[in-house]
Write a protein that binds this ligand. Sequence first.
Ligand code: DC
Length: 214
Amino acid sequence: MPLLIAIDGPAASGKGTLARRLADYYHLPHLDTGLTYRAVAHVLLVNGWPLDDEAHAIEAARRVDLSNLDKHALSAHAVGEAASRVAVISEVRRILVEKQQDFARQPAGAVLDGRDIGTVVCPDADVKLYVTASAEVRAARRLRDIENRGGTADLDDILADIRRRDERDMGRTDSPLRPAVDAHLLDTTEMSIEAAFQAARAIVDGVQAERNDA
Ligand code: DC
């Protein structure tokens, strides 16, 4: 039986790492849907086009190729911030959601992570996780990521960015970030990656056991 796992949560909640670990463990293909919004933002940024330039953003969304997402170029903190701005454009969302749904239809299933996976992209997912952590803990984790990649940043600036991003992602009218009604909530504020992975695995195993009994 295919296994489709939907993971949502705010910026730097740990959902990406969790999604990768679950995909490895259950041998499933994984799509970080944030990269698709980042790819659109990146095209606008490198061309010097404004982030509310809908026509160019829509054209860039059409050209997004899931098999060719340059994770390295797209991982910069500033690209994430820009992605959150292009993500309010409904037509961009419609185009990217269609590509994400194609990815989700694989024989073995898949793991997708993002903001609207359990609510919009894969409302019929077998398991939905909503991963959160306090804004302070997320800012500290983001700063550590930046420093590990050889960069520098100010914790207060990162915290302000994260709060602004939460507001924009949760407050937009089209597909705002929120837990699906049937999502399992996982607050990782006081959890290590390993503990969060074990908790998520227990949830997925529980759902699978129920399915096998049915
Ligand atoms: O997960 P991330 O930080 O790479 O996402 C960057 C931005 O992209 C995020 O702030 C909002 C947008 N996004 C979205 O609107 N829907 C998704 N499924 C994934 C990301």
